[in-house]
Design a protein around this ligand. Structure first.
Ligand SMILES: NC(=O)c1ccc[n+]([C@@H]2O[C@H](COP(=O)([O-])OP(=O)(O)OC[C@H]3O[C@@H](n4cnc5c(N)ncnc54)[C@H](O)[C@@H]3O)[C@@H](O)[C@H]2O)c1
Ligand SMILES: [Zn+2]
Length: 358
């Protein structure tokens, strides 16, 4: 097992990454000083796969487990579902000191985290992420939210968990398409902060895709570590934390224009390569660096070319509002592999790079 500390003063917590960790959850929660009742929030699929194993570990330590589940999917990240969970917490007589465990992917982490942050002004939260994306990204850093109207993640708070438990074994059952989403964020993290880790990924990408346990344990812990370092320096997302959005400016626009038909990992993979080319045009990342990034993404099974959407639509999705078309766009760009900066870019240049044939 590997342990990473997220250093946030009184809100500090550990991320534990390794094999067989679901069965350690009971003893660990006891060590944190919890006892009595606790609530597990999960989705139907994860409940079926891992609900029992987690509940058994908790019950063995004498916890009384209330298991609540919602259907799978992003649509559950809503105020309506949060409302239904508040009622169920109330029915189960959950109190201010009753911990909530979020067992699932990023949808459950965000939803259960939001509920934990707001029920009775906040109950203790423990993240038990079960997708690669949740283990390396969404369970860390304390952003919890639901979607409302047509905006994603627009109703939320910062609320740090007490512990994050990333059990590598649960990744065995993860569909390939979900694995690719996590892989895109892993490559992103290396690209913005750690060129040695980037080289490690180049040397080991096949082992990751084959889900070799030791490699996955290292890769999850290193990526979680990168996010932890960044979050520790900028908990409230007012500066450095922006670098985590590498590839996301164009990525989000592609997701929007495709009506979310293009997956998040695929969209940011394309976004990272486009941002690489923009950086190159501005005298930052070398052409060789951009090609290394594209090659690693391709080997990871991710796309690097724009699907056939209209460039105008992507530009306007990026600008939200055509009235500000003259304004510069905020971009995270690489100066080199492992070294990112946040900067402003002329929309004209973005459009030119998007139009270039590659
Ligand atoms: N809070 C943050 O900082 C942050 C960061 C990134 C993304 N997010 C959010 O995360 C969400 C996406 O998360 P996600 O990609 O994990 O999606 P998800 O939670 O929808 O999980 C994807 C699918 O995998 C299934 N699944 C989960 N674990 C499994 C396992 N071990 N084996 C088999 N199937 C499993 C789920 O049931 C679901 O169908 C989005 O809502 C996004 O906004 C939040
Ligand atoms: Zn992302």
């Amino acid at each position: 097992m590997r342990t990473i500390e997220v250093k946030l003063g009184n809100n500090s917590y550990e991320i534990r990454v390794g094999r067989g960790l679901l069965s350690q959850t009971g003893p660990w929660l006891k060590q944190l000083g919890f006892s009595g009742k606790l609530v597990v929030i999960t989705d139907a699929k994860v409940r079926e796969l891992y609900g029992k194993a987690l509940a058994q570990s908790l019950e063995k330590e004498g916890f009384k487990v209330v298991l609540l589940s919602v259907p799978e999917g992003e649509a559950q990240k809503s105020l309506g579902t949060a409302g239904s969970l508040y009622r169920q917490l109330n029915d189960a007589a959950a109190r201010r000191d009753t911990p909530v465990l979020a067992l699932g992917g990023g949808v459950i982490g965000d939803l259960a985290g939001f509920v934990a942050a707001t029920y009775m002004r906040g109950v203790p939260l423990v993240q038990v992420p079960t997708t690669l994306l949740a283990q390396v990204d969404s369970s860390i850093g304390g952003k919890v939210a639901v979607d409302h109207g047509n905006l994603k993640n627009n109703i939320g708070v910062f609320y740090q968990p007490r512990l994050v438990i990333a059990d590598i074994d649960v990744l065995d059952t993860l569909p390939d398409v979900e694995l690719a989403d996590g892989l895109a964020e892993i490559i992103k993290s290396a690209a913005i902060r750690d060129r040695d880790f980037f080289a490690f990924l180049e040397a080991n990408i096949e082992r990751i895709k084959a889900r070799e346990k030791e490699t996955l344990e290292y890769v999850v812990s290193r990526t979680a570590g990168i996010k932890a370092e960044v979050v520790a320096q900028d908990e409230r997302d007012t500066g450095l934390r922006n670098v985590l959005n590498y590839g996301h400016t164009i990525g989000h626009a592609i997701e929007t224009v495709s009506g979310f038909g293009v997956g998040h990992g695929e969209a940011i993979a394309i976004g990272m390569v486009v941002a690489g080319r923009i950086a190159n045009r501005l005298g930052m990342l070398t052409a060789e660096g951009t090609e290394r990034l594209a090659a690693l993404l391709r080997r990871g099974g991710l796309p690097t070319k724009l699907p056939g959407y209209k460039i105008e639509e992507i530009m306007s999705a990026m600008q939200h509002d055509k009235k500000i078309a003259q304004d510069k766009l905020r971009f995270v760009l690489l100066r080199a592999i492992g070294d990112a900066v946040v900067t402003e870019v002329n929309p004209g240049l973005v459009e030119e790079v998007l139009r270039a044939n590659y």
